[in-house]
Design a binder for this molecule. Structure first.
Ligand code: FAD
Length: 107
């Protein structure tokens, strides 16, 4: 899907998509489910500008595509030549909130 077209009644009217050959098609739609993931969904909404949605679809607040927060994850592991009994005891991990914007919590 490349664009969702808003109608004049605050409803969607149509969508466009590109087929495998690169040809663009437009089909009328009464409803569209947008579930393109955290990046592609706002991208599609912002690309869906038109007469009835000058700032992009569902973007009357101007907040679509803003305040995205990624949760970074780092994992390290190693191999030990001897048995460590790592199945015993409590699993432990650490969380660092130092860079949590906008209110970082210093350790
Ligand atoms: C490496 C990795 C590991 C993960 N591991 C876990 C885990 O262990 N447990 C867990 O709970 N979660 C995990 N997640 C997170 C989980 O995968 C996502 O939260 C979940 O898939 C989001 O689902 P979604 O349906 O919103 O989007 P997605 O699953 O991302 O689906 C979006 C779909 O929309 C399609 N699309 C995008 N743009 C368009 C467009 N313009 N037109 C048509 N189609 C479009 C995409 O091709 C895709 O198929 C992991 C994510 C990653 C990247």
């Amino acid at each position: 899907m490349t664009q969702i077209e808003a109608g004049g009644n605050d409803r969607v009217a149509a969508l466009t998509y590109r087929d495998a050959g690169g040809r663009t098609h437009r089909i009328a739609a009464k409803a569209v489910v947008v579930a393109g993931g955290a990046v592609e969904t706002p991208k599609l909404l912002l690309l869906s500008r038109g007469r009835h949605a000058p700032e992009g679809l569902a973007n009357e607040t101007g907040l679509v595509g803003k305040h995205f927060m990624e949760t970074l994850f780092w994992s390290s592991s190693g191999l030990h030549p001897g048995p460590l009994g790592s199945n015993r005891g409590l699993p432990s991990d650490g969380v660092c909130w130092d860079f949590n914007a906008p209110d970082a919590i210093p350790a």
